[in-house]
Design a protein around this ligand. Sequence first.
Ligand code: HEC
Ligand code: HEC
Ligand code: HEC
Length: 188
Amino acid sequence: MEGKRRRKKAPIIIGVVAVIVIAAGAGFWVWHEQPSFCNAICHEPMDAYVEGYYKDPSQMSYTHQVEDVTCLQCHEPKIDEQIHEALVWVNGDYEMDEDGMLATVGVRADKNMCATSGCHDMEEIVAATQDWGGEAGVNPHDSHQGYALDCSSCHTAHGQSYMYCNTCHEFAVPDGWAEPASTTAATA
Ligand code: HEC
Ligand code: HEC
Ligand code: HEC
């Protein structure tokens, strides 16, 4: 009797376990998509990034958060990079600066990250900054430096953006942006 019952239960138990594993997997995937996932375990180094994303209106990550863009919509998860990140984290193999940000930044925003369908359209971006600062022919998005410099040459997601052109020029600088010390001003 006892033995028989146990044998009948086996497929049920396997079925229940399978359902739990699948549900947990799906749950993990949904959780993984949430910004809170990033610093739930990895407080360091992720806290400052998550904090700025929710609380610092001067940051580009914040302006994206307001539009419901998640961390992973910019940081497209790739399994090899995630394993690498996990190993680096487990080994404590990273350095932080005094603001609690990673000292060495490996990620750069470029056309592939930003100018994709559903996000930004390069033609619209170019049009938005035509005759920048009221100067005919000046456009940070379309210049002798290339039609699309890496966006990270100027835009910073988790910190202060930087008017790269002004390493040589003296163009208008948006509010809150850093201006490089102009050493070799080419033209006004
Ligand atoms: C608008 C796109 C965008 C969003 C949203 C975004 N990031 Fe970033 N992230 C970037 C870019 C671009 C960089 C490169 C450095 C910079 O611009 O600050 C970066 C850099 C980082 C870095 C440094 C990694 C390295 O190896 O250089 C971390 C960590 C990070 N982001 C975490 C997050 C977390 C956590 C969130 C969500 C709370 C998030 N990011 C949201 C675009 C984004
Ligand atoms: C040489 C510096 C520079 C580079 C490189 C750059 N931008 Fe910009 N971007 C600016 C400036 C300056 C503004 C104006 C910001 C403002 O008015 O606050 C701007 C504004 C924008 C805007 C807002 C436009 C609007 O509708 O008002 C978007 C979107 C944008 N940039 C996307 C990008 C993307 C995507 C890239 C990379 C392909 C990029 N930028 C590269 C300097 C740059
Ligand atoms: C490494 C230095 C350097 C950088 C960085 C640089 N330029 Fe220039 N740019 C020059 C030089 C040199 C000239 C030629 C100046 C001249 O002949 O008067 C020039 C000329 C120009 C001109 C035509 C002359 C004028 O001032 O109207 C424009 C427009 C211009 N640059 C826009 C830009 C923009 C936009 C950026 C940023 C995306 C940029 N430049 C970044 C060095 C630079």
